[in-house]
Design a protein. Structure first.
Length: 294
């Protein structure tokens, strides 16, 4: 089923689990994600960032392909623009057939962030799409932004932000960061802040920078109310290693067979992660209903 993120994340919110949001740039990744979701009876979100969209994963290729594959499975699949900063990029994805978009105006002042999110919510909701926003700022691991409490989400501001924007889910900053952490480092997360955010907002919350956060942290944030976890770096690194290992063991392997090996390797990672965050076997229950997009 090809759906917006709204219903699947509300289901995750009401049933206390998280959905994996995976950055994809090609058919093999898309197939691995959707096949894993079907086999695990889990919802899944496919993310594409503006950089990925412009360099390789073009919307006019990716959106129709993902929608076609999603309509062939029984579990909910969403295609989401990840970190849409420019208005033109967000509207392009809406018009290209994405089912959800993220407006990332977190680097702007509070009022400007609200204004930009409000503008996209008006357009997206009219077309049945969901909108993710971010308050606070999830920066870069290389800059140690995750440990800068000044960038964390303020609970009182978050309440006003959600009420004024009517966004469907909110990405919060509690100590994670994008990219790779220094070797051996596991980030320290502000669990108390997350609990207060969940209790105050009572809505689906999103964790960006899930890669490298450590399994214990991931389990804890899901327990405290995170319902969408973005995964990019971990899967990209894992996929690269699968490719290198396969070529080392089978240097004469043909290109198509190499792609198949990589796809199967990705599925192992994805399915294990889905079990970790509790999304497996959630779409076998009769009461789990998700409205499909036209």
């Amino acid at each position: 089923m090809y759906v917006s993120m709204k219903e699947m994340l509300l289901h995750a919110h009401n049933n206390k689990y998280a959905v994996m949001a995976i950055n994809v740039v090609n058919m093999e990744q898309v197939k691995a994600c959707i096949e894993s979701a079907e086999e695990e009876k889990s919802a899944v979100i496919l993310n594409i960032s503006p950089r990925q969209m412009k360099a390789h994963a073009y919307p006019y290729i990716m959106a129709p392909m993902i929608k076609n594959l999603a309509e062939r499975v029984s579990v909910p699949v969403a295609l989401n623009l990840d970190h849409g900063v420019n208005y033109e990029d967000v509207v392009n994805c809406i018009n290209s057939g994405y089912s959800s978009v993220m407006v990332d105006a977190s680097s702007f002042a509070f009022e400007e962030n609200i204004r930009r999110v409000q503008a996209i919510v008006t357009i997206a909701h009219a077309k049945g799409l969901s909108v993710e926003a971010e308050l606070g700022h999830v920066g870069l691991a290389a800059n140690a932004d995750g440990q800068n409490a000044d960038l964390y989400t303020d609970v009182k501001m978050a309440k006003e932000f959600v009420e004024r924007t009517n966004c469907d889910c909110l990405a919060v900053a509690i100590g994670t960061a994008h990219g790779s952490y220094p070797k051996g480092m596991i980030p320290r997360l502000d669990f108390q802040r997350l609990k207060e955010l969940k209790d105050t907002l009572n809505m689906p919350l999103v964790l960006h920078g899930g890669s490298g956060a450590g399994e214990e942290n991931i389990r804890k944030v899901v327990e405290l109310g995170i319902n969408k976890i973005n995964v990019c770096t971990d899967l990209m690194d894992y996929t690269k290693q699968v490719m290198l290992d396969t070529l080392q063991k089978q240097p004469d392997i043909q290109y198509m067979e190499l792609n198949e090996a990589i796809e199967n390797g990705m599925k192992d990672f994805i399915k294990k992660y889905m079990r970790l965050i509790g999304s497996s076997n959630r779409y076998t229950f009769e009461d789990c209903k998700v409205a499909e997009l036209d």
